[in-house]
Design a protein around this ligand. Structure first.
Ligand code: NCD
Length: 305
C-alpha cells in the first residue's frame, strides 16, 4: 500500500506517469467515468480549504466514486479530544482512500502509520503539500511543455508556504532548474530546504528581496500568500502582508511567455487586472488540480481505465 505524504515519496517516473494519466483524463473524460465505481474517498480536513477539498471530491465523483468526510476540526470528534491515529483507524473502516489536511506538521505521516488504506497529505502545517505540487507540475508541463531548463521565481512567504517547500523538492530532481527566491528577509525559505534540498542537489539559486529586479529573467513566477495563520503575532503579519503586489506595471519587463502561477487563495499579491493577461495561469492551475487528483486516486488505488 502506498501513501503520498511528501513529494519525494514519488519517483520522477511515478510523477511522470501520474501527469501523463492526468493528460489522458483531460482528453478522454468518458473513459474514466466509472473507474472508481463502488469506491469511497474520505476527506478529513482539520484546516480550511476550498480548492484542495472540493477538487478531491469532484475528482472522485468524476471517476464514478463517492465521497464522505468533514471540513473542519470543530465538526469532527477531534474537538472531543480524539487522536488523529484513532480518527484514521476508524475512517479506514469506512473509506478506501483518505485525503487529510492538518494544521500540525507530520499529522498525515502519523495517520499513514495507523491507516489500513492509502493516506494522501492534503497539506500539513507549514511543511508539505504534495498534491498542490502535482497540480503545479501539471500546469508547468502543459504551459511550457517541459519540467527541465526553467528559471523559476518563487515569491512571497517562502518560510511558511508549504506549497513552495514541496515544489522546490519536486523540481530539484529535474535538469537545468534555477531558483530565484524572492522574499522579505523574515520570510526566507527554511534552512533545511536550502541545505538539504537546493544545495545538496547543486541547484543554482539566488535569494533576493526585489521582484522587479528579477522578473525579466523568469520562465515561471510562482506567487504566494503571506500565511497569516502561521504567524506568532499579528503585527508582523500586517507589516509583511503586502510585501509583493504583482500588477500590470511590474509585468512590463517580464518575458512574453512567462507563466504566472499561484496555488490560491490570493489576498493582495496579484492585482485583479493581471487576470486578463494571457500569462496568468492560476485559474487554469486550479482546474488542473482536479485532473491530477483523479490520476493520483487511480494510481494509489491501483486502478486502470
Ligand atoms: C495553499 C495551501 O493550503 O497551502 N492553498 C491550496 O491548497 N491551494 C496555499 C495557501 O493557503 O496559501
Amino acid at each position: 500500500m502506498k501513501h503520498l505524504i511528501d513529494p519525494m515519496d514519488l519517483s520522477v517516473k511515478e510523477i511522470d506517469d501520474i501527469l501523463n494519466l492526468a493528460l489522458d483524463i483531460i482528453d478522454n473524460k468518458e473513459k474514466y467515468s466509472n473507474v472508481c465505481k463502488g469506491k469511497k474517498l474520505a476527506t478529513l480536513f482539520f484546516e480550511p480549504s476550498t480548492r484542495t477539498r472540493l477538487s478531491f471530491e469532484a475528482a472522485m465523483m468524476e471517476l464514478g466514486g463517492n465521497v464522505l468526510g468533514f471540513s473542519s476540526a470543530a465538526s469532527s470528534s477531534s474537538s472531543k479530544g480524539e487522536s488523529v491515529g484513532d480518527t484514521v483507524k476508524i475512517v479506514s473502516c469506512y473509506a478506501d482512500i483518505i485525503a487529510m489536511r492538518h494544521f500540525k506538521e507530520g499529522a498525515p505521516m502519523l495517520a499513514s502509520m495507523k491507516s489500513d488504506v492509502p493516506i494522501i497529505n492534503a497539506g500539513d502545517g507549514g511543511h508539505n503539500h504534495p498534491t498542490q505540487t502535482l497540480t503545479d507540475l501539471l500546469t508547468i508541463k502543459r504551459e511550457k511543455g517541459r519540467l527541465s531548463n526553467l528559471t523559476i521565481g518563487l515569491c512571497g512567504d517562502l518560510m511558511f508556504g508549504r506549497t513552495v517547500h514541496s515544489l522546490i523538492k519536486a523540481l530539484s530532481r529535474y535538469e537545468g532548474i534555477e531558483f530565484i527566491l524572492i522574499s522579505p528577509d523574515e520570510l526566507k525559505i527554511p534552512d533545511y530546504i536550502r541545505t538539504e534540498v537546493i544545495e545538496k542537489n547543486n541547484i543554482t539559486y539566488r535569494e533576493v528581496t526585489s521582484m522587479e529586479d528579477v522578473i525579466g529573467e523568469l520562465d515561471i513566477l510562482y506567487m504566494t500568500r503571506v500565511q497569516r495563520e502561521r504567524f506568532f503575532n499579528e503585527a508582523d503579519y500586517i507589516r509583511l502582508k503586502d510585501s509583493y503586489i504583482l500588477d500590470n506595471s511590474k509585468l512590463v519587463t517580464a518575458k512574453s511567455d512567462l507563466s504566472i502561477l499561484h496555488p490560491l487563495p490570493r489576498v493582495n499579491e496579484i492585482a485583479v487586472e493581471v487576470d486578463d493577461d494571457p500569462r496568468a495561469c492560476y485559474f487554469k492551475q486550479a482546474l488542473n488540480g482536479k485532473f491530477v487528483r483523479m490520476a493520483l486516486i487511480m494510481t494509489l488505488l491501483g486502478l486502470e481505465a
